[in-house]
Design a protein around this ligand. Structure first.
Ligand SMILES: *Cc1c(COP(=O)(O)O)cnc(C)c1O
Length: 361
């Protein structure tokens, strides 16, 4: 079965919008896009080409991302963060009122938001709360095989907020079971922090695999809003039909290209090892605290813990300027708090706040 058969028929049938920049590359005397011939910024400033529309998929950025993620250029779509990738996939593959996504809570909240925005149903296969939030592997396969509404299966590896990565060997089994029925979307926002291999290595082998990557976490560039969808060509072509004509602003394109230069690559490796060192320190700060009943170190740049009186602890820390993430609205995560790996100074502030809490309680 082709991937087009899984997509919304109106998207497959739609004649894509063709922007001026798509029809003619930005060279020559450009009188085709109703742009201003002048910029209001001084010549020589990096943004002095702001009067021109940016390249929809800048080749230099696409090839740097392809090299980074070890896939072919044709398998890359650059997006405004992975949030945009989630949104595009849901809009292409889910018909309102008919189709569904599958998610495995507790997990990242944007899969549900994208589905509900599109009018798609959300099928949840919860993780095993009594077994360290392990994925219900067979439950996911059963759901995909028995519920024809499911068009997208969202898995997060490592998962937010539980930190666990998908077990080796499971993904090919699920991709096989979902073949002809649904796409499996592996959100690898935290992959760089983990030692598990990227699912991107399987892209040549499965027509229904999509991998989401982002510069927001391990590339220390959440403010840049730049991510990538890695997928087989038929999926990329469908997403290109509905992505905004100019998804990336020119300053974002030039900054992202700079980020991926050799010099920054080396700095990023150092950043990853600093995060690993500080994560060990964070774990030692949390170790042996009598009020922490469970601790999930996970494979990402955060840890999850459980305590009674989580709400009070969050408020207590916030009053000392230390902001942690709680989940008051999620029964699966009752009493849970997620703590990101911070700098030495930030971790010291956390350490003192927890000492004070221990003294006061
Ligand atoms: C932070 C995060 C993202 C990042 O989204 P961007 O839009 O790229 O900033 C994606 N998925 C998960 C699971 C996350 O935790």
């Amino acid at each position: 079965m082709s991937i087009d058969a899984l997509a919304r028929p109106e998207i497959v049938a739609m004649k894509p919008y063709s922007s001026a920049r798509k029809e003619a590359p930005g060279e020559g005397i450009l009188l085709n896009a109703n742009e201003s011939p002048w910029s209001l910024l001084e010549d020589g400033e990096p943004e002095s080409d702001l009067n021109r529309y940016p390249d929809p998929q800048p080749p230099q950025l696409v090839s740097r991302l392809a090299r980074l993620y070890e896939v072919a250029k044709e398998n890359v779509l650059v997006t405004r963060g992975s949030d945009e990738g989630i949104d595009l996939l849901t809009r292409v593959f889910c018909r309102a009122g008919q189709d569904a996504i599958l998610q495995c809570p507790p997990t990242f909240g944007m899969y549900r938001i994208a589905a509900q925005t599109q009018g798609a149903a959300v099928v949840s296969v919860p993780r095993w709360t009594e077994e360290d939030f392990k994925l219900d592997q067979q439950g996911i396969i059963d759901a995909v095989e028995n519920d024809a509404r499911i068009k997208l299966v969202f898995l997060t590896s490592p998962n937010n907020p539980t930190g666990d990565a998908i077990e080796a060997g499971y993904l090919p089994e699920l991709l096989e079971a979902a073949s002809g029925r649904a796409l499996v979307v592996v959100d690898e926002a935290y992959a760089e922090f983990s030692h598990s291999p990227s699912a991107a290595t399987l892209i040549g082998h499965f027509e229904n695999l999509v991998v989401l990557r982002t510069l927001s976490k391990a590339w220390a560039a959440a403010g840049l809003r730049c991510g990538a969808v890695l997928a087989p060509i038929p999926v990329i072509s469908l997403l290109r039909r509905i992505i905004a004509p100019y998804p990336l602003a020119s300053p974002v394109i030039s900054l992202a290209c700079r980020m991926l230069e050799q010099e920054t690559l080396e700095r990023q490796r150092r950043l990853l090892s600093e995060v690993a060192v500080n994560k060990a320190r964070l774990l030692s700060i949390l170790d042996d605290r009598p009020f922490i009943s469970d601790l999930w170190p996970g494979e990402a740049n955060f840890v999850l813990l459980r305590t009674d009186r989580a709400d009070e602890l969050l408020t207590f820390c916030a009053a000392r300027g230390v902001i942690l993430r709680g989940y008051p609205a999620d029964p699966m995560l009752s009493g849970c708090i997620r703590v990101s790996v911070g700098s030495d100074r930030e971790l010291s502030a956390l350490d003192s706040a927890l000492d004070a809490w221990e003294g006061a309680s």
